[in-house]
Design a protein around this ligand. Structure first.
Ligand SMILES: *[C@@H]1O[C@H](CO)[C@@H](O)[C@H](O)[C@H]1NC(C)=O
Ligand SMILES: *[C@@H]1O[C@H](CO)[C@@H](O)[C@H](O)[C@H]1NC(C)=O
Ligand SMILES: *[C@@H]1O[C@H](CO)[C@@H](O)[C@H](O)[C@H]1NC(C)=O
Ligand SMILES: [Mn+2]
Length: 379
C-alpha cells in the first residue's frame, strides 16, 4: 500500500515536472495538419496527426451545406460523404464508408504529401481542398435520400470557388453504395454537360432496371447496379464512357452487354491488364475519353478481395492496389470534373484496415488528378 502511494507520488511529480503546453490551435483542424502551411510554418507539426476531428487527410472542415444564402469559407475541391447503402443487392454497410475512408486517410496530410512517383504535392497546387462532412440522408426512403444528395451536390458545387480563374468547385464523393453516383452526375451535368465516365468496377452497373430491379417497382429499379443505365436515360453521360476491371458475370447471355453498349460504354476486363499492362490500360482509357470532360467513379470492388475485402459485392480475380494507383496516376492530364470512391463497407475490413487504406489513397490520387488539371465550367 505504502509503496504504491509513493509510486503514485513519484509519478505525479514526474508529471508536473514536465511542461505541457498545448499549441494555440489545439482542437482546430488546421493549420496543425491542414492547409495554411506556408503562413504558419512554425506551427507545422506532423507528430500531431491524430489530433482534432477526423476530416479526410486533416483538411479543414467547411460547413459547405449551410443555407445557400450564407457565406462560408471558399474552396475549390470538396470532399463530401454520402452515407447511403439501401440501394445494395448484397452486403450492406457502405453507409459507414465515409467515416472509414477518413480513418484510412489519417496518415495523409498536406505537409507530408510529396509523391515519390510524380514529385508533386496534390494539396499545394493552388487549389483549396476541404472536407464538407457528410450529406444528411435519410435511411428510410431511397427516393428522398437521393433527392437530398442531389441538393447537397447542388449547394456545394453552386458556391463560388476560391480560385479566381476556375469558378466551379469540384466534388469528390465518399460513398455510400454506388447509387450515390447518380446525384453526382446530375450535378456535373448542370455545370459541364454530358461527360465521359471512367468506371472502375468489377460490375458493369448499366443493368436495365427491369433486369436488376426484378421488375418489382420503379423504386426497386433504382439501385447500385442500375444507376449508370439511369444516368444514360437522363442524358448525363456520353457514349465515350468506359468500364475498367470488369469480371462479374452477366444476368443474360447477350442482352446485358448489348444494353451496356447502348448506354455508351466499352469494356476493359480485369484480365485485360494481363494482356496490355498498366500503361496499355492507361492509353486505352485516355484514348476513349479524349476531348471530353471526365467523371471517375471507383467502386472499391475493382480491387481483388485480398486488397479490398470490405465491400458489398466482392468478386475474386481483381486488380492489386498498386495496379489501380498506377493507372489512376497515369490518367494525369484528363479534365476531371468529378469523382467518387464508393462501396466501402468498413465492417468487413480486417484489423490491418486493408480496404480503407486503399480507398483513402485512391481519393488522394483523385485529388492529385483534379489539382493537376484545372477545368473551366461551360460558359
Ligand atoms: C435560407 O435563407 C433564405 C434567405 O435568407 C431564407 O428565406 C430561408 O428561410 C433560409 N432557409 C433555411 C432552411 O434556413
Ligand atoms: C484562396 O484564395 C485566396 C484569395 O485569392 C488566395 O490568397 C489563397 O492562396 C487561396 N487558397 C488556396 C489554398 O489556394
Ligand atoms: C456517339 O454518338 C455520336 C452521336 O450520336 C456518334 O456520332 C458517335 O459515333 C458515337 N460514338 C461511339 C463511340 O459510339
Ligand atoms: Mn461493383
Amino acid at each position: 500500500m505504502l509503496s504504491s502511494w509513493s509510486l503514485l507520488l513519484a509519478l505525479a511529480s514526474y508529471a508536473v515536472s514536465r511542461e505541457i503546453t498545448f499549441p494555440p490551435v489545439a482542437g482546430i483542424q488546421h493549420p496543425i495538419y491542414g492547409f495554411a502551411v506556408d503562413e504558419d510554418a512554425a506551427e507545422l507539426d506532423i507528430t500531431m496527426m491524430m489530433s482534432g476531428i477526423t476530416t479526410f487527410a486533416h483538411l479543414p472542415y467547411v460547413h459547405c451545406l449551410a443555407n445557400e444564402s450564407e457565406d462560408v469559407e471558399k474552396y475549390d475541391i470538396a470532399i463530401l460523404g454520402a452515407p447511403f447503402d439501401t440501394g445494395v443487392t448484397a452486403r450492406p454497410g457502405a453507409r459507414f464508408g465515409p467515416t472509414g475512408v477518413r480513418q484510412g486517410g489519417i496518415r495523409i496530410g498536406a505537409e507530408f504529401s510529396w509523391n515519390v512517383y510524380t514529385g508533386r504535392n496534390a494539396f499545394l497546387e493552388g487549389f483549396r481542398v476541404v472536407d464538407c462532412g457528410d450529406a444528411p440522408l435519410t435511411f428510410l426512403d431511397n427516393t428522398i435520400a437521393l433527392k437530398q444528395l442531389d441538393k447537397a451536390h447542388k449547394v456545394i458545387s453552386g458556391r463560388k470557388a476560391n480560385h479566381t480563374g476556375y469558378t466551379v468547385p469540384r466534388i469528390i464523393t465518399l460513398g455510400g453504395d454506388h447509387t450515390t453516383t447518380l446525384p453526382a452526375l446530375r450535378s456535373t451535368y448542370h455545370h459541364w454537360g454530358a461527360v465521359s465516365v471512367i468506371h472502375f468496377d468489377s460490375h458493369i452497373d448499366t443493368w436495365d432496371p427491369e433486369v436488376l430491379g426484378g421488375g418489382l417497382s420503379h423504386y426497386a429499379g433504382v439501385n447500385h447496379g442500375t444507376f449508370l443505365h439511369i444516368a444514360h436515360e437522363e442524358g448525363l453521360i456520353k457514349n465515350t464512357s468506359i468500364h475498367a476491371g470488369i469480371r462479374a458475370p452477366m444476368a443474360n447471355k447477350k442482352y446485358d452487354l448489348k444494353n451496356d453498349k447502348a448506354c455508351g460504354f466499352s469494356i476493359l476486363t480485369a484480365r485485360d491488364l494481363d494482356k496490355f499492362g498498366t500503361q496499355g490500360i492507361i492509353d486505352k482509357l485516355k484514348e476513349r475519353v479524349a476531348g471530353s470532360k471526365v467523371y471517375i467513379s471507383v467502386d472499391i470492388d475493382v480491387l481483388d478481395p485480398s486488397y479490398a475485402p470490405a465491400t458489398g459485392t466482392a468478386e475474386v480475380g481483381g486488380w492489386t492496389t498498386r495496379e489501380l494507383l498506377t493507372i489512376l496516376d497515369g490518367l494525369d492530364g484528363i479534365e476531371l470534373i468529378g469523382a467518387d470512391v464508393v462501396e466501402v463497407a468498413p465492417i468487413y475490413d480486417n484489423p490491418g484496415e486493408t480496404t480503407v487504406l486503399a480507398a483513402a489513397e485512391v481519393v488522394h490520387s483523385l485529388i492529385a488528378l483534379m489539382a493537376a488539371t484545372p477545368v473551366n465550367a461551360l460558359s
